[in-house]
Design a protein around this ligand. Structure first.
Ligand SMILES: Nc1ncnc2c1ncn2[C@@H]1O[C@H](COP(=O)(O)OP(=O)(O)OP(=O)(O)O)[C@@H](O)[C@H]1O
Ligand SMILES: [Mg+2]
Length: 239
């Protein structure tokens, strides 16, 4: 589905990502985990075509991706950021906007938006203004807005990090159920290994802009890993 070969990214004479190889198969959820500043969001931005790497190649569905990424390719992906970026309008319109831009009929838009609001348990908020939502509600609306596009690849950058523990657990569980039902191909960034354990089937550990380890979440925890990876993993009570 998506492949990256020897990606490096340098900005202001600083190397942010170094020689990264990455692949994502259809239907899997792959995690990117690492400490603050390790390059997770940077890699996500490059994989989702928001930034252009300094060197390296990207392939989408077997085709090399040109530096100036064509709109039809950009429209096949959806991104959810850590802070929900909602427009100052009603919840329904926020979720519908991407479909309107894509020119779907009013009837189809209503059907799909209603379906995804329901899946994330926020149907009752449909007519509420986005700015009056709680953090947890806003994040659910952001997820509905991404899923409604039925993207080929979904990119999630720390979607739960602004939420309190119970809200986070509940949303993680609901998202897990949606993944199971839809098999949406996803890249999930998190610094919380619980997200990785519950939601991904494979994860990459990033340290200082490099991939230091890759495997199933349980393999990664079992180790043995290089000293700096062990050091990172020891911050989790699982080790
Ligand atoms: N556009 C940019 N210009 C310059 N430096 C950048 C840019 N984007 C990211 N960086 C730097 O690259 C490094 C990695 O940042 P990035 O946001 O990818 O880390 P992260 O792993 O997502 O961290 P966090 O867990 O805090 O979100 C940081 O040192 C950051 O300052
Ligand atoms: Mg980040």
């Amino acid at each position: 589905m998506l492949k990256a070969r020897e990606i490096s990214w340098t900005k202001d004479h600083k190397t942010i990502l170094r020689n990264i190889d990455f692949h994502l198969f259809s239907g899997e959820c792959v995690g990117l985990i690492g400490p603050n500043g390790s390059g997770k969001s940077s890699l996500l931005k490059i994989l989702s075509f928001l930034e252009t790497p300094t060197s390296g190649l990207l392939y989408f569905q077997g085709q090399s991706v040109p530096r100036n990424v064509p709109l039809p390719i950009r429209r096949r992906i959806a991104i959810v950021f850590q802070e929900p970026l909602l427009l100052n309008t009603h919840v329904f319109d926020n979720v519908a906007i991407g479909l309107k831009i894509r020119g779907l009929s009013k009837r189809l838009i209503r059907e799909r938006v209603d379906y995804w609001l329901e899946q994330f348990g926020v149907s009752h908020l449909s007519k509420q203004l986005a700015r009056s939502l709680s953090g947890g509600e806003a994040q659910r609306v952001s997820l509905a807005r991404a899923f409604v596009l039925e993207p080929d690849i979904l990119f999630l950058d720390e979607p739960f990090s602004a939420l309190d523990a119970p809200t986070k657990e509940e949303l993680r569980r609901d998202l897990g159920q949606v993944f199971k039902a839809t098999q949406t191909t996803t890249v999930l960034v998190s610094h919380d290994f619980r997200d990785i354990l519950h939601l991904t089937n494979r994860a990459l550990i990033l340290l200082n802009g490099q991939v230091m380890a890759e495997g199933s979440p349980s393999e990664l925890l079992k180790g043995p890993q290089q000293e700096d990876v062990e050091h990172f993993l020891q911050h989790y009570s699982y080790k």
